[in-house]
Design a protein around this ligand. Structure first.
Ligand code: ADP
Ligand code: ZN
Length: 680
C-alpha cells in the first residue's frame, strides 16, 4: 500500500479513490501545477487535503466562502487533522490557536479568504508558515464573465509567482473559455497538468415533467420525500415565498431564500440548512455556491433553469455523498418564452445572445428528450454512455409518433398569419375555433383553418412546446411573443426531414412518486435511530450533522450492522479518529449495548489486518501460557507487545526476540512465526 492509500484509509476512512482522484492526488503531492475539473460531489477537497498531509509544510487553501471554510476546517479536525482558517469571522481565541499551531509547525492546512490577499501581511505570513503548496477552490471565480467573479482571485497568480510555489486549482465549471481564463490568470498562461473528470453522477436520478398544476407537482414530489433535505429552485422571488408557504402548510419544514433577503437572514438560512436534517429551502439561483451539504437528497426545479449548465450545476448539489438522490424539473411553454425573452432583452452583444440561445436549446432538447436523458445530458459534455437505467425515460419510455404532418400544419398556420400570433391563437385557428379575433381578421377563411381539428387543445399545446423545444419556432421579442419560424424548421416545412414527437407526457401522478429507498424496509428504524444519535452528537458540538458522518456511512451502518469495532472500522467514511471518537456510541445503537472493552493497543488496530493478527497471537499465547505440554512456568505477553508484533510483523525469531526478549521468544516464537507469516 502506498503512503497515499494509507492516508486515504487511515485518516479519511475511505476504501478507494473515486474515479480520477488518484491521478490528481499524485500530481498534486508531487508538487506539479494542476488544474482539475471535476463535477460537484466528485470529491475535489480530498484532492488537496490528502496531498497536504503527504507533503511537508503547510498547504494554503484559498476558498471564496467563509462559512464553507469553517465547515471544512471543522470536518478536518474531526478527522484529526490540524487545520485552521484565517477569516474576518475569527474570534481572538481562534486566531491565537492558529498562530500557535503555525509556530509549533503542527498546522497542515491553512484556509484563507480571498480578501486577505489584498493585505500585504499575508505574503509574509505565508512565508513564515513554511507554505509549500497553494490550493485554489472554485477557481472559476477568476473569470470576469462568470457569475461568481471575485476580484481578489486576480491576486492569486501574483502570489504564486512571488512565493514560487506549485498551485493546484479546482473547479466544477467545464467550459473552455473559463478554463482558458484560469490558465491565464492563475498560471501566467502556461498550461498546468489538466485533469478533466467525467461528468456523470450516476447516483442522481433525472426526471423532467411538463408543467401541469406545478404547485401540486412539487408538493407531491416533496411529500414522497418527507423528512429529507431538499432544494426547490424557482424563477422568481415571489414564487419562492408562496411555495415555501405551501410546503409549510403541508407539514414540511420549509423556508424561502432569495437575493431580496437581508444578508443576515440569508446567512441564517444557509447555516440552518447545513445543520438541520430535513429542511427544504425554496430558492432562486442565489442559493447555491454557499451550499456544501453532502446529504441533500433531492432537488426540484419548479421552473425551467436558464441553461443546461445551470441545470447540471443545480441538480449536482444533490447526493454529493454518493447515496441515491432524486431530481425533478418542471417546464412549460411559458418558461421557454420567459427564458428567450431574458436573453433577447439582456445587454449582451449579439454573438453572446446567440450562444445563450444555444445553451437554452440544449436544455430544451434535454427536456424533450425521447430516450435516456442522461445520455443526452452527457453527450452535451462530450461523453458517451449506454442507457443509464436511472432516469424517467429509461424507467418509463415515452410514446412517440411521427409529428411531421402536425408540425407542418402548425408552421403553415404561422406563415399564413404573417408570424404575428402566439400559440393560443394559432391553436384555435388550427382546430377551427372561429373566435372573434379570428373572424375579425378573416382568418377563418384561410386554408389552414380547421386542418388540425383531429387533435385536442392539450395535444396541440404539447406540439407547440416541443416545436419551441427543438427551436423550430421562437417567440419574437419585438412582437410581444408572437411565434416566428426559424431556419431549423425549413427542411420540415419543405418535407425534406421528418420529426418524431412525444405524445403529451402529462400524467396524473408524477413519475416515481416514491423515492428510491435508501435502505431496506426492515433497516429503516435503525437508520432513524442512527440519525438521531448523529444529531445528538452534532448538536453537542454545534456542528452540521455530516461532520459526524455523512448519510452514506449511516446507510452502510444500518444495512451492514457491524457488531465489533473491527467491522465498524471497515465502513466507508470511518477513519482512525472517528472510530475512536464515535465507534462505541454507534455500535451501542446498533447492538443495544456497547462493544466489549478492548485494550487501547488493540483498539488502534481495529479494522486493519493487524487486528486479526493480534487476536490470533493472543489466542496462541493463552494456549502456550504454560508451554506446549502445559507444565511450564507461566508466561504471558502484554497487549502492547502483541500490538507491536502485529504491526511490525517481524519475519524471524530474532525480530520477535527484540520485542519479547529471549526467554519468551523461545516459548512463543515458533508459533508466532507461523501466525505472522501465514495468510499473507
Ligand atoms: P466537491 O467539492 O467536489 O463537490 P467534496 O470534496 O465536498 O466534493 O466531496 C463530496 C463528498 O464525497 C464528501 O462528503 C466527501 O467526504 C466524499 N468523498 C470524497 N472522496 C471520497 C472517496 N474517495 N470515497 C468516499 N467518499 C468520498
Ligand atoms: Zn436513462
Amino acid at each position: 500500500m502506498s503512503n497515499l492509500d494509507d492516508l486515504l484509509h487511515s485518516v479519511f476512512g475511505f476504501d478507494h479513490f473515486r474515479p480520477g482522484q488518484r491521478e490528481i492526488v499524485e500530481a498534486v503531492s508531487q508538487g506539479r501545477n494542476v488544474l482539475a475539473i471535476m463535477p460537484t460531489g466528485g470529491g475535489k477537497s480530498l484532492c488537496y487535503q490528502l496531498p497536504a498531509l503527504a507533503r511537508d509544510g503547510v498547504t494554503v487553501v484559498i476558498s471564496p466562502l467563509i462559512a464553507l471554510m469553517r465547515d471544512q476546517v471543522r470536518a478536518l479536525r474531526e478527522l484529526g487533522v490540524s487545520a485552521g482558517a484565517l477569516t474576518s469571522g475569527n474570534t481572538d481565541e481562534e486566531t491565537e490557536e492558529l498562530f500557535q499551531a503555525l509556530d509549533d509547525g503542527s498546522l497542515r492546512l491553512l484556509y484563507i479568504a480571498p480578501e486577505r490577499l489584498a493585505n500585504p501581511g499575508t505574503e509574509r505570513l505565508l512565508r513564515r508558515a513554511k507554505t509549500t503548496l497553494i490550493a485554489v477552490d472554485e477557481a472559476h471565480c477568476v473569470s470576469q464573465w462568470g457569475h461568481d467573479f471575485r476580484p481578489d482571485y486576480l491576486r492569486i497568480g501574483d502570489l504564486r509567482r512571488r512565493l514560487g510555489l506549485p498551485l493546484a486549482a479546482f473547479t466544477a465549471t467545464a467550459d473552455a473559455e473559463t478554463r482558458a481564463e484560469i490558465v491565464t490568470r492563475l498560471f501566467d498562461g502556461v498550461a498546468p497538468e489538466t485533469f478533466l473528470r467525467g461528468f456523470d453522477r450516476p447516483n442522481i436520478t433525472l426526471a423532467f415533467q411538463p408543467k401541469n398544476k406545478p404547485r401540486e407537482q412539487i408538493l407531491a414530489f416533496a411529500a414522497a420525500r418527507k423528512g429529507q433535505s431538499g432544494i426547490v429552485y424557482c424563477a422568481t422571488r415571489a414564487r419562492t415565498e408562496t411555495l415555501a408557504r405551501a410546503l409549510s402548510d403541508a407539514g414540511h419544514n420549509a423556508v424561502a431564500y432569495h437575493a431580496g433577503l437581508e444578508a443576515e437572514e440569508r446567512r441564517i438560512v444557509e447555516s440552518r440548512f447545513s445543520r438541520e436534517d430535513g429542511l427544504i429551502v425554496v430558492a432562486t439561483v442565489a442559493f447555491g455556491m454557499g451550499v456544501d451539504k453532502p446529504d441533500i437528497r433531492w432537488v426540484a426545479h419548479s421552473d425551467l433553469p436558464k441553461s443546461i449548465e445551470s441545470y447540471y450545476q443545480e441538480i449536482g448539489r444533490a447526493g454529493r455523498d454518493g447515496a441515491p438522490a432524486d431530481t425533478l424539473t418542471l417546464y412549460g411553454a411559458d418558461d421557454i418564452r420567459l427564458r428567450r425573452a431574458q436573453i433577447d432583452e439582456g445587454l449582451a452583444p449579439p454573438e453572446r445572445k446567440e450562444a445563450d440561445h444555444a445553451r437554452l436549446n440544449a436544455l430544451l432538447g434535454l427536456a424533450e428528450a425521447r430516450h435516456c436523458r442522461r445520455r443526452v445530458l452527457l453527450r452535451y459534455f462530450g461523453e458517451e454512455i449506454d442507457a443509464c437505467g436511472n432516469c424517467d425515460l429509461c424507467a418509463d419510455p415515452p410514446e412517440l409518433f411521427d409529428g411531421t404532418e402536425a408540425v407542418r400544419k402548425a408552421l403553415s398556420a404561422i406563415l399564413r398569419t404573417d408570424q404575428g400570433f402566439g400559440a393560443g391563437y394559432l391553436i384555435d385557428l388550427l382546430r377551427g375555433v372561429a373566435n372573434d379575433r379570428i373572424r375579425a381578421r378573416g382568418h377563418d377563411s384561410l386554408p389552414t383553418f380547421g386542418v388540425g381539428a383531429d387533435l385536442s387543445k392539450g395535444e396541440w399545446q404539447a406540439i407547440f412546446r416541443q416545436m419551441m423545444g427543438y427551436d423550430l419556432i421562437r417567440p419574437d421579442a419585438a412582437r410581444h411573443g408572437a411565434l416566428r419560424m426559424t431556419q431549423a424548421a425549413r427542411p420540415i416545412l419543405r418535407d425534406e426531414q421528418k420529426i418524431e414527437l412525444r405524445r403529451d407526457t402529462i400524467k396524473a401522478t408524477p413519475t416515481r412518486a416514491t423515492p428510491l429507498a435508501l435502505v431496506a424496509e426492515e433497516d429503516e428504524p435503525l437508520l432513524a435511530a442512527l440519525k438521531a444519535k448523529r444529531r445528538e452528537l452534532a448538536e453537542a458540538m454545534k456542528a452540521p450533522a455530516y461532520v459526524v458522518f455523512p448519510d452514506r456511512t449511516l446507510i452502510e451502518m444500518a444495512s451492514l450492522r457491524p457488531a465489533t469495532l473491527d467491522e465498524f472500522a471497515r465502513l466507508n467514511g470511518v477513519g482512525a479518529k472517528k472510530l475512536e471518537k464515535y465507534g462505541d456510541a454507534f455500535l451501542s445503537v446498533i447492538n443495544g449495548a456497547p462493544p466489549p472493552d478492548l485494550h487501547p493497543a488493540r483498539r488502534k488496530l481495529a479494522g486493519s489486518a493487524g487486528g486479526s493478527l493480534f487476536d490470533r497471537l493472543q489466542e496462541a499465547q493463552i494456549a502456550l501460557a504454560r508451554g506446549e505440554d502445559g507444565t511450564g512456568k507461566p508466561m504471558s505477553c502484554t497487549s502492547r507487545e502483541l500490538a507491536r508484533l502485529a504491526a511490525q510483523r517481524p519475519d524471524d525469531i530474532g525480530g520477535i526476540a527484540r520485542i519479547l526478549g529471549e526467554t519468551r521468544a523461545q516459548r512463543f516464537g515458533p508459533r508466532f512465526m507461523e501466525i505472522l507469516t501465514c495468510g499473507e
